[in-house]
Design a protein around this ligand. Structure first.
Ligand SMILES: [Zn+2]
Length: 290
């Protein structure tokens, strides 16, 4: 299973849309996800830590994450608090979080990732993009409304294509500018307005490598909460292996045979492969097994 998928929460949209029912659930039984800014709190067993709504500051904005429908969760409503506005830039993962993520339970990681994306979105959208007025939380935290012009704003998920490009039994992998020496992964890029997934894959591959990709097929997707992307994993073929590297984005691009990719995934190859919680790792594994 891909990291950040498999949450044990039922998002319960019918409750989000019913303010009275939601208010009725905000009692001592409700669970509040322990967050320090955007960092997860963990208990002695390394699981996500929880408190009650009474732990929140007085003027807190609550996001209703859903009902914990696992056996241990007993259907309890789960909430998170929007952190105070920091700087406007989205906060990325730090080394401490990477090491926590490596040991977290998959369903905890999925729950944390979703909660992190939504509370971070709230913290960065306190003002209306249409008129600049203040916004307030609505629909259990799955919407913000402008207090001035009345516009509704919805949490964003930004689609990113990440693609395997194959030619004559070899796989194209690249090292982005600023990445550590030796670290290679699948090329990736945001889907732009007016593009299909297939078109985005073909454009990104052409821009970054100068190679024309064709026959794009979908493999798998993964939510990525830094800050809120949907990684869409694809496979494609190239007719030609001649590279023209876009040096503004990429430091290196190489073609690797199956044995090299397999060796890298097991930690002993000609390059450093992406870690298991990245979809690129799974795409490369899919490719060597196909
Ligand atoms: Zn407005």
């Amino acid at each position: 299973m891909l990291a950040f998928t498999g949450s044990r929460l039922d998002r319960a949209d019918h409750i989000r849309a019913d303010p009275d029912r939601l208010a009725g659930m905000m009692n001592w039984k409700a669970r509040l996800l322990a967050l320090d800014g955007l960092m997860p709190g963990t208990d002695d067993a390394g699981c996500l830590a929880w408190g009650t709504l009474a732990d929140a500051p007085e003027d807190a904005e609550f996001v209703f994450l859903g009902l914990d429908v696992s056996e241990e969760g007993q259907g309890k409503p789960c909430f998170a608090v929007v952190p105070p506005a920091g700087d406007a830039a989205p906060r990325m993962a730090n080394p401490q979080l990477w090491s926590l993520m490596a040991t977290m339970r998959p369903d905890d990681l999925a729950l944390y990732g979703g909660a992190r994306s939504i509370v971070d979105w709230h913290a960065r959208h306190r003002f209306c993009a249409q008129c600049g007025g203040g916004t307030k939380i609505a629909k259990g935290g799955w919407q913000r409304e402008c207090t001035s012009c009345g516009a509704s704003h919805f949490p964003r998920t930004d689609p990113v294509t990440i693609m395997l490009v194959e030619h004559d039994g070899r796989l194209m992998l690249g090292r982005g500018k600023g990445w550590p020496e030796g670290r290679f992964s699948a090329l990736a890029g945001f889907v732009e307005p007016g593009e299909s997934i297939e078109e985005a894959v073909m454009r990104e591959v052409l821009e970054e490598s100068g190679v024309r990709a064709r026959d794009v097929t979908y493999i798998a997707s993964q939510p990525w909460p830094f800050p809120s992307q949907l990684m869409i994993g694809c496979h494609s073929h190239a007719d030609d292996d001649a590279l023209t590297i876009d040096e503004t984005e990429m430091a290196e691009i190489n073609w690797y045979v199956r044995d090299e990719v397999e060796a890298a995934l097991s930690g002993d190859g000609p390059f450093v492969a992406p870690p298991p919680h990245a979809i690129a790792h799974h795409l490369m594994k899919w490719w060597i097994e196909k």
